[in-house]
Design a protein around this ligand. Structure first.
Ligand SMILES: Cc1cc2nc3c(=O)[nH]c(=O)nc-3n(C[C@H](O)[C@H](O)[C@H](O)COP(=O)(O)O)c2cc1C
Length: 216
């Protein structure tokens, strides 16, 4: 049975959030190809995972038997998140830009699941897992805009997801979302709508491709 790990991290509600809506398109398309699939879902804004602690960090895979009671308890949460990640055939992440980078709730999840020697290791079970990241933002960060060079979402997540976890990562980037709400940016509304609509189309296409790629 195919498994999708779907993570949202927007602080906005479902009916207004672009980084929730575009993954929904992916998820529905993917589920249509896998009616018997399982979905593991995290809404990190509503249900954040614990920040990494010294006890959770001090885990050495070779020394499980030497864990203190505190370390063992702290690692239980981490272990659960790692197992969910390892079970996933397809990964879908809503990662809106917050202060030029990812939401801190998503960073806390990443700190938990990155475990050298296991998830961050050559030959890891995660290698090559198709992963789609939807990263909405109020403005635009493409070349020749005033914010060029300030997008620390895509380069950061490429380092963490592609380099460290060896996932097969692609990004969908709906931009100018602020144009929906700020009359001063009304002229940018068509650009927002174009990038949002294209993100939905690409999400559906990637869901179909992921269905072919990983699961017979
Ligand atoms: C705490 C916070 C920080 C933000 N920082 C930025 C930023 O640095 N650059 C930007 O373009 N948008 C920023 N935004 C706006 C969001 O990226 C934008 O509203 C996006 O559409 C949110 O995703 P959503 O539509 O899924 O809720 C920020 C929003 C929040 C809540």
């Amino acid at each position: 049975m195919a498994a999708l790990l779907h993570i949202d991290s927007s602080v906005s509600a479902h009916d207004t959030s672009v980084s929730r809506a575009v993954p929904e398109t992916f998820r529905h398309t993917w589920a249509a190809h896998h009616p018997d699939s399982t979905v593991i879902y995290w809404d990190l804004a509503a249900d954040p995972v614990a920040h990494i602690t010294a006890d959770a960090y001090a885990v050495d895979l070779a020394d499980l038997r030497t864990h203190t009671a505190e370390q063992a308890a702290a690692f239980t949460t981490r272990q659960r998140l790692i197992e969910e990640l390892e079970r996933a055939d397809v990964i879908l992440i809503g990662a809106p830009m917050h202060t030029y980078t990812i939401p801190s709730t998503l960073k806390a999840w990443l700190d938990n699941v990155i475990l050298p020697g296991r998830t961050a290791a050559e030959g890891s079970a995660l290698a090559g897992t198709p992963t789609t990241v939807v990263t909405s933002r109020a403005l635009s960060y493409v070349p020749y805009t005033a914010e060029e060079g300030h997008d620390f979402v895509q380069n950061y997540l490429t380092a963490v997801l592609a380099h460290t976890l060896r996932l097969d990562v692609s990004f969908l980037v709906p931009e100018f979302t602020l144009a929906q709400r700020d009359p001063a940016l009304a002229a940018l509304l068509p650009l927002f709508e174009w990038s949002r609509d294209r993100a939905h189309q690409d999400a559906a296409a990637r869901a179909r491709a992921a269905a072919r790629y990983r699961v017979a």
